[in-house]
Design a protein around this ligand. Sequence first.
Ligand code: IVH
Length: 675
Amino acid sequence: MLSSDVARRAALLREKLEYHNHRYYVLDDPEISDAEYDELFRELAGLEAEYPELDDPNSPTRRVGGKPAEGFTPYEHAERMYSLDNAMDLDSWFAFTDRVIKTVGREDLAYWTDPKMDGLALEVIYEQGRFVRAATRGDGRIGEEVTGNMRTVMNLPLTLRGDAVPELLEVRGEVVISNADFAVLNGRQREAGEKVFANPRNAAAGSIRQLDPKVAASRPLRFMAYGVGRVQWAQPLFAWTSQQEIMEGLKGLGLAVAPEAKLCGSREEVGEYFQELMERRAGMPFEIDGVVAKVNSLSMQRALGFTSRAPRWAMALKFPALQVKTVLRNIRIQVGRTGVLTPVAELEPVPLAGVVVSNATLHNKGYIEDHDFRVGDTVLIQRAGDVIPQVLSVDLDKRPEGAVPYEFPTTCPVCDSPAVEDGEAVRCTNDTCPAKTVQRIIHFVSKGGLDMDGVGRKWVERLAVDGVLESPADLFTLDKPTLLKYERMGDKSAENFIAAIARAREGAPFWRLIAGLGIRHVGEQTARILAGAYRDLEALGRATREELQELDDVGPVVAESLHAFFQNAETHALVERFREAGFWPEGGQTASEAASDHPLAGKVFIFTGSLPDMTRDQARALVEERGGVAVKSISKKVDYVVAGEKAGSKVAKAEKLGLEIIDFDRFMELLHTSA
Ligand code: IVH
């Protein structure tokens, strides 16, 4: 039964989560830590799992992406989404404003100016303050509905903020990916052997046009509002009267708008603003390709109207393209943590948008083949914002005689082992390739692994190059005198370094070790599941593919990857060295928890069905407080299956495995038995 208390709690959690999303993603000013946010999120997800009546498509938990769509449904915009006329220089801007001034018969016009965002145009619709639909611009009259994908865009409010919320609001804006996020995304795509994107705009557009919202959810999309379509207010006399009021209104309702936007008091001021933004362009967080200037007064806008394709009251002042030609001197191959060979163009250094460019990415083998880039070619390169420059095309007229097609290496340039194609990527097949080793140790100590705060990336690289660190196991035999041989290593840093390793040795949870090994397809989530089901590295290493696949979340690809990893002789050596070094995290719990003397210490619990007085997450927390382990997937390692109401297939599975199944009362008894 859904009590009003539960409904109120869920509503409060939703409101809080949306509030903190807004602080984090729109204001860039979070008030709580990620862990606190996660806790609120988990509590809400727990309630929703237990009380399906709470279902709401606009719950913040739905931002992870729902079911894939079969195809996109056409959506007809109620009001046409017009295009913009372009001015390539300031002369055209003054000619345009001459016409505006003539039509309205006034010279003293103000213009709202904002950056021209380079993304995908979209309309987002709110009814009674709730997000109901989103559609791409399409041809301006008919676009495609992308509601499920837009729900995953974290800075888009699902519920509008404030007291004065319109009954109907159509917001127009651009879906974009920041330059920094783009670099990370492309790096991830490259390492995974997936398609790399030519620029943030393509990545944003491609992500919104995915049928599976989970893919969109995994992309760092942002929505930046720049205008409105239909707006209907409950209060009869209320209306926005200028572009400035619209933009401030949208911001107040919780939408993100470009912070650079401003009101210019004259057309000359627009010219100055254009120059200013052009200079700041390279340092902007998002790609912009110009400035859009709009007559500020809405009554003037109405008087000016539209041509067949664009408003007569707005104009895009475009920046010149950030592209230049230079000579491709050489193609160098870099090797990443997972062994992916990435080609890098070594260029004749050339100034471009304020920096000298001498390297640019060539993405992967297919990219070079598709464009037929050859050493010696004159190539067009592009630099946009902070994004790594890239090579766009080749000038065939300037191709030197005798230039030969580039042959992508079939062996690793670092260790000479065979390199094989895997999706879009080419990978070194040698698991002990030194290039991989450095990246692997870095991953081992990073946040995604053992999170050894105090062990710096630069130092790992240095120590690896010197041969002091050849494997993650070497960390555990490292001592302070060795570190202090390095001139730049201070006494305090060396101490922190060693202390971080000692902390990991003593207290690292088993899942961090699994995640830190950098096994392909095994991320944090999978590592946690494995750590819940297996006692230690040795037990995990002995698991067969079939056993592994019995776990939730572990499919054939992950099982195969784990199996291959543990088959490897190098892995055996590594495991042995961890053991010798006394670094041996066990079964989903820290060593100190395992040592706890509560009778539940080390016992593995699984909860299924709904529990009478608490959420499953709360129950799991109680187990963990007593040194036990709460897992989500059933296996032979489970000691107690706590079956609540409507416990489903897990109970049948538990019976088959011969596990002990207990009810909630028995669980409470166990909790309260003292040591
Ligand atoms: S106003 C009727 N403002 O540029 C006014 N558009 O070339 C229409 N765009 O389809 C648009 N940033 O997707 C406006 N600050 C901005 C913009 C912007 C990017 C895009 C928009 C439009 C395209 C027209």
